[in-house]
Design a protein around this ligand. Sequence first.
Ligand SMILES: *Cc1c(COP(=O)(O)O)cnc(C)c1O
Length: 497
Amino acid sequence: MKKNGNSNIFFIIWQYFISLFRYFTISLFSFLILFLPKQPFMSSPLLFRSTNLKSEPLTFSRALLQGLAPDKGLYMPEYIPGISMKEIESFTGKEYYEIAFDVSRKFLAGEISDNDLMNIVKEAYNYDVPLEPVFERKYIMRLDQGPTASFKDFAARMMGRLMHYYLRKENKSLTILTATSGDTGSAVANAFYGLDNINIVVLFPQAEVTDRQRKQMTTLGKNVHILAMDAKFDDCQALVKQAFIDPDLAQLNLSSANSINIGRLIPQTVYYFYAFAKLRTGKPGEKVIFSVPSGNFGDMMGGVIAFKMGLPVKKFIIATNENDEFPKYLYSGIYKKIEPSRNCISSAMNVGHPSNLSRLVAVYHGVMDETGKIHKQADLGLMRKELWSVCIPDTKTRDTIADAYLNHHILLEPHGSVGWAGLMEYLHRNPGEDRPDQLCISLETAHPAKFPDEIKAILGIDPPLPESLQGLETKPETFGKLENNYLSFKEYLQKTF
Ligand SMILES: *Cc1c(COP(=O)(O)O)cnc(C)c1O
C-alpha cells in the first residue's frame, strides 16, 4: 500500500513535469515564431500609406524620396506614434534640436541611426525660436529666424539633409520640382543649395511674389534653377504634379519638396511641442490654444499630428485669408475649391485648394482625393470639436498689424497678422475661453522685413532687415520665364537635365 502510494505520487509529479516541459516547449516555439523574424530589424519601421489608399505603403525613406504616391495621394503614417506627458514635460529643459530629435525619432526609428539623426537636427536647427509675450498668457511664436526668414526653413532644412543622407547611401541623385507661392521656393532652394546629388527646379507665379522673395531664390545659382511663370500658384502646382506622373520624365527621377512631401510634415510637428513645453506652468490638465495662419495646411497638419501624438491642445484655430474654402467646409460639410485663388496681401496663403487637406480629412477618418472630391466624409463633429476656422479679409489683416504694433509693440507681417487676428476673433466669439490664464500661441510665419511695402504703407516704418536678407539687392539674378503650358515646361525639363 505504502509503496503503491509513493509511486502514485511520483507518477503525478512526473506527469506534472511532462506538462511543464510541454508548456515551455510550446511557449518557446511561439516566442520564436512571433519574435525572431523581426529581430534583424530591431523594431520594424513605421510605414506610410497614401491618402488615396491605392498605392503600396512605404517606409519613411522611400516615401521621402518618392514625394507624391503613385495613386496621386499623399503619404501619411500608418498610425500616429504616441508621446507621453512625461516625455513632453522633459522637453521643458531641452534645446530645440534635442526636441526635434526626440519627436522625429518616433517616426524614423529603424530608418536612421540615432547618431546620424542627431547630426542632422543639430545642423538644421542652429537658430533661435523666440516666444514673444503679447499680453496675459498670449504669445507669438516667431518662426522667422532661419536663413530665409520663413517658417519653411524648419521643414526644408531637415528634409534636404534627410534626402541627401538617403541618396548618398544609395549612390543616387534626383531632381526636386517645387511650386512656390513665395517662401517655399527660397527655403527649399537655400536648404538644398550646393548638395551634390540633388537638382532643384522652382516655379513661382511672377505676379504674386515680392522682389525680395524672388531675389532669395534667383541669386543662388549652382544646382538651383528658377522659373518665373505667367500663371497663378495653383497652376504652377498643377504643372509640377503633371510632370511627376509623366512617364517620359521618369529617368529624371523627379521628386517634390512641397508640403505634399511627408519629409516636410514631420519637422513641422516639433515647434508645437517646443512652444508648449517652454510656456507651460505645470498645472495638471493644462491645455494650449494654437492659431495657425494657413494656406496649403502643411503647418497646421504638423500641429494636428503633434496633437494626435499626445500634445495637450484645447483648440487649433485655422486662420485663412479670403481663400475661405476650408472654414466653409468645416461648418457646412460641403467642399468647394476656389478657382482661381483670390489675391490677398498674405500672398503665401493664396491657395484655393490646400494640398494637405486630404491629410486632414484622413486624420478625421475620411477620404478626399487630390481633386478635392470627398469619397468618404470626415468626422465633422470631431473636427468641429478640435478645430475652429475663420476667414480674415485683407482690411482686418492690415488693421491687426496696426493694432498689434500700436497697442502691444509687436511687429507682425501679413501672414502672422492673419493668425493673430484669428486668435482675437476666436477669443471674442468664445467668451468662455477668454481667461487671462489661458495659454494661447499664434504663429508668425515670416519676418516682417520680407514685406516692406505693406508694412511701410500701414505703419510708416521700414522693418529692419535680418542678417540673412542683407545684401540681396546687389547680387545678380538668373531665372527662366515660361507660359502656363505643360508642353513647354516638359520641354524645358528635358533640355536642362
Ligand atoms: C507657406 C506660408 C504659409 C502657409 O503655410 P501652409 O503650410 O501652406 O499652410 C504661411 N505664411 C507664410 C509666410 C508662408 O510662407
